[in-house]
Design a protein around this ligand. Sequence first.
Ligand code: DC
Length: 220
Amino acid sequence: MGNYIIAIDGPAASGKSTTAKGLAKLLNYTYIDTGAMFRAVALAILEENIDYQNEENLNELLNSINIEFRLIKEVQNIFLNGVNVSDKIRLPEVTKLSSIIATYPAVRSKLLELQREFGKNGRIIMDGRDIGTVIFPNADFKFFLTGSTRIRAERRWKELNDPNVSLEEIEEDLIWRDKNDSSRSIAPLQKAVDAYEVDTNDMSVEEQVNYLYRIIEDKR
Ligand code: DC
């Protein structure tokens, strides 16, 4: 269907990626998880033990790393310098650092370039924080997913299914990350004025996917 660029933004664990994946399948589009790209940069910093507060060191790292997506059995996997890091980037220390380094202009401009390149031919669904506002301000469709912190934390907690991690810890992490992502001066988490806001509190994944799909069908 069409050759659209579809932007899905919203806070952490608002269901962006599950919705985006479902929609990509329905439309036969490519899905790009931009959060995974920030996570990959954070992982590279941790693995190479880089002092990211030193501009020169950070630039050197950014100029030397390679980030790619490859489809394996219909699932998008992310590769850092040729290595599949799809699982590693979900570790808590990587998650926290990804939000910290996302405030650095050098990191954002490197990833902005890559994201625009990935999306240039359309038929793409990209999720993140600034896709509809900064990366593709002219996207054909923009959605902004929201949900209460408690419900988002519960979803993440169930997904994680780790008896060592409490719901409260996850909720605290989400609150910290949302605040950090919305308060930065460069490309903060923000609803684009022309984005459809979708409150996911009482919606299943299937309902979210169908809701977005119907909006796209109706406008076509
Ligand atoms: O979507 P996620 O939770 O995987 O994203 C991890 C972090 O990356 C998030 O806390 C902030 C940053 N991020 C960003 O600043 N801009 C994006 N478009 C996507 C993610």
